[in-house]
Design a binder for this molecule. Structure first.
Ligand code: ZN
Length: 245
C-alpha cells in the first residue's frame, strides 16, 4: 500500500522527527527518560539546557550537556535512512525534511535534506565564522576550562550550527521546506507525534492527495491521513522498499 502510493506519486516528500533517529540508538532528549536524566545530571530540563539564554549565561553547562548528549558520532543510518536515500536515488523522493540534527540522512546517501534544526556535524566560530568539525569541539585541548570550544584563529567561541530554543529557524531552510511540502502530492510523515514546533505548522502547507503517517503511537493527525501505520519507521520503510523490487 505504501509502496503503491510512492510508485504512483509524482512528487513525494518525507518529513521526519526524533523517531527516525531513535532506531539508530540516538535517544530523544524530549522523551520522559531524557527529561529525567537532564534534570538529575544537569539540574535543568532539556529545553532550558538547549536555550539561547542558558548558552549565553552558562556556556560551560550548555557545552557539557551538548557534548555529552547531542553528539553521537558513532551512530549509523538505520533502515529508514537507507530506504529514503534509495527512493531519492530512484527519483521517487523529492526531499527529506528533518527535525533531527545528526546528519544520518546524508550519511545514508540522501542529497536533498532540509535540516530545520541545523546539524551537529557543523560548528562555526561566532566571531570570524571559521568552520569546525565536531571532533574539534570534543577535544578538551581546544576548549577553555576544557569545555567551551575556542577558535584557533581568533579565540572566539565555537558553537554548534544547531537552532537553540528561543532562536529562529533558518528562513532559507524553512522556505525550502514549505515549498517542498506545498508542491508534494505525497507527504510521508514519520517518527514524530507532530506535537513539537514547527512540525504541525508545516503540515498545513500540504495540499496534495496522500498524507501518510508512520509513528509508533497515535498522533492528533491520524484522522486526516489516507494511510496511518503505527509501527517502527525503519521496519515500515524497509518493507516498502522490498515491496517495490
Ligand atoms: Zn574565529
Amino acid at each position: 500500500m505504501l509502496a503503491d502510493l510512492i510508485l504512483h506519486s509524482k512528487s513525494a516528500v518525507f518529513f521526519g522527527g526524533a523517531g527516525v533517529s531513535t532506531e539508530s540508538g540516538i535517544p530523544d532528549f524530549r522523551s520522559e527518560s531524557g527529561l529525567y536524566a537532564a534534570r538529575r545530571l544537569y539540574g535543568y530540563p532539556p529545553e532550558e539546557l538547549l536555550s539561547h539564554h542558558l548558552f549565553k549565561q552558562k556556556p560551560e553547562l550548555f557545552f557539557r550537556y551538548y557534548k555529552e548528549n547531542l553528539i553521537a558520532l558513532d551512530a549509523k543510518p538505520n533502515a529508514a535512512h537507507k530506504a529514503l536515500a534509495q527512493l531519492e536515488k530512484r527519483d521517487l523522493l523529492h526531499a527529506v525534511i528533518t527535525q533531527n540534527i545528526d546528519g544520518l540522512h546524508q550519511a545514508a546517501g540522501s542529497k536533498n535534506v532540509l535540516e530545520l534544526h541545523g546539524s551537529n556535524r557543523r560548528q562555526y566560530c561566532m566571531d570570524c565564522g571559521a568552520k569546525y568539525e565536531p571532533e574539534y569541539i570534543l577535544n578538551p585541548a581546544n576548549c577553555s576550562d576544557g569545555v567551551i570550544p575556542v577558535c584557533k584563529r581568533c579565540k572566539g567561541i565555537v558553537r554548534p550550527d544547531v537552532v537553540l530554543y528561543e532562536e529562529g529557524l533558518d528562513e532559507t531552510v524553512v522556505a525550502a521546506a514549505i515549498h517542498a511540502i506545498a508542491s508534494a502530492d505525497l507527504l510521508i510523515v514519520g517518527g514524530t507525534s507532530l506535537a513539537v514546533y514547527p512540525a504541525a505548522g508545516l503540515l498545513r502547507y500540504f495540499r496534495g492527495e496522500n498524507l501518510v503517517l508512520i509513528n509508533k503511537t497515535e498522533t492528533a493527525y491520524d484522522g486526516a491521513a489516507q494511510l496511518c501505520i503505527h509501527d517502527a519507521i525503519g521496519k515500515v520503510m524497509g518493507e516498502a522498499i522490498k515491496a517495490m523490487e
